[in-house]
Design a protein around this ligand. Structure first.
Ligand code: ME8
Length: 511
């Protein structure tokens, strides 16, 4: 039986249109899901939309729509975005679905039955934009006297009856859990923040609201809807079949990794494991958080008018170019800037020149000089072996980097091999060997094909469409593109299709 692997994206708020931040986390999760499938895992990849809460209710009202109609429309737009980004999700969850309401009600009942919920009164600060409660000490006062959350979100004073979760009792169990599972939070800078936050002491958490209705009803408590984060986090177990622990899907729980942005680490690394422990459900294995994208060095914001629509980006530069850029340009956990210049540079230099030309040069020599027939391997020189060894080491290197979500390092490993192959072809000059030593020319060309095959195989998760084309041209059968298939050499004498460019160059028409 294949080992299971469960990876999730955040479920996105449907208060506005999708932007590149959403696309980014989803693409990273997609690369992870595709890589694990390629490596023989039984993968379950979940994405979806977060549709309840005050923020969404307000957005619906502002749009003059009934909330359900509003969330149906925006959720469809997020799904379309995921499809256009090539996100190979296995399930798309919406928190307004009946399966999710049932799952939340059951999780609530289990936490309550274990004695971790009590009725009280909440009085304090709340930021609708973050859907988060804040302590006075976390806020800053603006010159006009208004207070804002650390995220910059405005806060309002809330006073209402509320159910509470006894989060304060989970300090020690959480710290023990982090200690025993050093890989639970990544990157380590975020882990340190969480540990010090928890060490600082935890307040009980208000987990129901009574001043609006757009939420999941608290069982047996008329007037109370669940706090949107309790509702939202539960999506990860709903999709795995909860509360039906006999469901086939339940084999995927606990999740292997939740990919999220750095803004929502506290919810995933503190509240979520505490809720699950309180309910007696296993906790996820890892929460890995990505840093922030800015646009041309500026924070994306509606007021600056620089919010980038991901589908537009794909129309301009191409899907695989955008996917590659996202994962190559900055370390996953760090912040980075998206710029036109950087994107064009990576698309033209690394994709079109380094990789595209390598394939084009090698394959057109095979087409022209060998009738497009894949030559046999021959006696390997030291230069041949060095290149082949480097290429064959890629699956192992990538496996490690992908497991740690250091995607940019994995791509750098691949480009080291691509650059080495370009050096090799220049040194060996197969075009000159054609006259002086045709047998050696054939061996050199075979070494190049055998180098590009693992390169294109490990790059499939990043650039599925282009790498499918490249593997077609290398004569790799469609059913032999898994990592495990690399152990079987390509058949000598395979007829290769006529070579065609895989990566068009981006030409700036306005320049
Ligand atoms: O927080 N750069 O939803 P959300 C990189 N519904 N990533 C970004 C980004 C940026 N500039 N902006 C957003 C929510 N993201 C909750 C989640 S999960 C149970 C509930 C990404 O629509 C990043 O992954 O505000 C962030 O965590 C997510 O979008 C927030 O999306």
């Amino acid at each position: 039986m294949k080992p299971t692997y469960y990876v999730t994206t955040p479920i996105y708020y449907v208060n506005g249109a999708p932007h590149i931040g959403h696309a980014y986390t989803s693409i990273a999760a997609d690369v992870l899901a595709r890589f694990k499938r390629l490596d023989g895992f039984d993968v379950f990849f979940l994405t979806g939309t977060d549709e309840h809460g005050q923020k969404v209710e307000k957005a619906a009202a502002a749009a003059g729509k009934d909330p359900q109609q509003f969330v149906d429309d925006v959720a469809a737009d997020f799904r379309d975005m995921a499809d256009k980004m090539g996100i190979s999700y296995d399930d798309f969850i919406r928190t307004t679905e009946p399966r999710h309401k049932a799952s939340c009600a059951e999780l609530w009942k289990r936490i309550a039955a274990n004695g971790h919920i009590y009725l009280g009164h909440y009085e304090g600060w709340y930021a609708v934009r973050d859907e988060a409660f804040y302590d006075e000490g976390e806020l800053t006062t603006r010159p006009d006297g208004s207070k804002v959350a650390p995220s910059g979100a405005p806060v309002e004073w809330v006073r209402e009856p509320s159910y509470f979760f006894d989060l304060s009792k989970w300090q020690e169990p959480l710290l023990a859990f982090y200690e025993a599972n050093p890989e639970f939070i990544a990157p380590s800078s975020r882990r340190n923040e969480v540990v010090s936050f928890v060490k600082g002491g935890l307040n009980d958490l208000s987990i129901s609201r009574t001043t609006f209705n757009w939420g999941i009803p608290v069982p047996d408590a008329p007037g109370h809807v669940m706090y949107v984060w309790l509702d939202a986090l539960t999506n990860y177990i709903t999709a795995a079949g909860f509360p039906d622990e006999a469901a086939d899907r339940w084999r995927f729980w606990p999740a292997d990794v939740h990919l999220i942005g750095k803004d929502i680490v506290r919810f995933h690394a503190v509240y979520w494991p505490a809720f699950l422990m309180a309910a007696g459900v296993k906790v996820p294995k890892r929460v890995s958080s990505n840093g922030w994208w800015t646009v041309e060095g500026e924070k994306m914001s509606k007021s600056l008018g620089n919010v980038i629509e991901p589908r537009k980006l794909v129309e301009t530069y191409g899907l695989d170019q955008v996917r590659y850029f996202f994962l190559r340009e900055k370390p996953f956990g760090a912040d980075g800037s998206m710029s036109h210049q950087a994107l064009v540079m990576r698309a033209n230099v690394e994709l079109a020149n380094d990789l595209g030309n390598l394939a084009q040069r090698s394959l057109s020599l095979i087409a022209r000089n060998l009738g497009g027939v894949l030559p046999a391997r021959g006696d390997a020189t030291e230069d041949d072996t060095a290149l082949l060894d480097a290429a064959n080491a890629l699956p192992g290197l990538l496996r490690d980097k992908i497991d740690r979500q250091v995607f940019h390092e994995g791509l750098e490993d691949v480009w080291k091999v691509i650059r080495a192959a370009n050096g090799y072809i220049d040194r060996q000059a197969p075009w000159a060997l054609r006259k002086t030593d045709p047998a050696r020319m054939a061996v050199v060309l075979r070494v190049l094909v055998d180098t590009m095959r693992p390169v294109a195989t490990v790059l499939q998760p990043f650039m599925p469409t282009s790498m499918a084309k490249m593997l077609d041209q290398l004569g790799v059968p469609a059913d032999a593109r898994q990592l495990a298939d690399l152990a079987t050499p390509l058949a000598d004498g395979t007829q290769l299709p006529p070579p065609a460019g895989v990566f068009p160059r981006y030409v700036d028409e306005t320049a």
